[in-house]
Design a protein around this ligand. Sequence first.
Ligand SMILES: [Zn+2]
Length: 406
Amino acid sequence: MSNAETNPETTPTNGANASPIPSSPFYSHVPVPGKEYGMVANTLIPTGTTLITEPSLITLPADLIYDDYNAAVAAVEAQFIQLSSEYQTQVLSLYHSPVFHEGNHLLGIFKTNAVTQDGSSEGREDYAILLNGFSRFNHACSPNCEGSWMPASKTHVLRTTRDVQEGEELTVAYTDVFQTTGHRREALMGSHGFVCMCSVCGLDIVERQERDELLRKLKRMRDLSEHLLGENLDKEWEKDGILLVLRREDELLKQLCLTGSFEAGPYGIGASIKMNSDPLRCFAFQSITLEILQRCHGEDHPDTIRMKERVVESRSLLMDEQLENIPTDPVAFSDWLWFVPDGKGTVMIKEMIEANEKIGEDDDNDSRKGNWDGEDDGALSPFNSEPDREFEDSVGNEIAGDHSDF
Ligand SMILES: [Zn+2]
């Protein structure tokens, strides 16, 4: 079972020219106040910079880890002994959460550090990978880096999702950063046994409550857009109305300073909505989606390649003169891009958005939140996972298609 998951071409083995702690001119592995070690920027690192490209050291089917203890131990040990002694030393030096102290030490390290990958695009079940470099980056609830798995090269790439200042710690998400503070704390305690003290968690109580309220509003906007998309709307004004919700989602993400490939979500859906009715705006939505994917996933990622093809195709349908109608001023551009004419349907959707804005913390179970799915911050991941709502489910689906995953 374990060997079947091992790729001999990319898994470092004994004798491989291994370089266990990834070195880089961009960052140093140094002691960090309040933590043991972390990766700190040596210089200004621009957004979209590739920090590490690395193979998985140990790969297990995601289900196996909790379903069959003995098989999981056997699989993790079988792959461990294939690693070079340097990598073995590095694996053993990775953080071992007290949550997983009972039982096999290697499996505990794996559970603490492994990242789950969605295997559906590769025609396989979900799997969990152990990464030497990535595991050295600490968690933050508003991280500045994101990892992407590249199926073709079977490597994991870590990139910055915003500019990182010299001296700033480089961070990733160990849990779903769209959860409110209480849920994030519970998840991190459950998976890693620590209380997060990042800049977001360190806000004073009033600021933290305000941020949690924004997170709840974002969750409700996402539920609302998902609900509306699931309605298979056929009237143009109904589809247009969804743009109002998507624009609000985009605003909330910016207010929360959350950066990552998920930023592409509202634009990807916007492109789908405008695909047939407004080729110019479809092209504009797609172009922004592409910029975000290039920044967060890189040029070679399958989502980026797919979106680039769509942008080229959309551009080929437009005349040069049409492009001159795209406003260049950022505010005018945003108003143009998200423009929705007033009408019966938009009034109704505006009322739904306003109702959501008014729901307070104590009213989360209030019936005013509408008919769409109830508030649920999602099941806690048993081990590290990328933030949920992966973008690839959203790109370019036809509006009448299945948006249930989004
Ligand atoms: Zn935090």
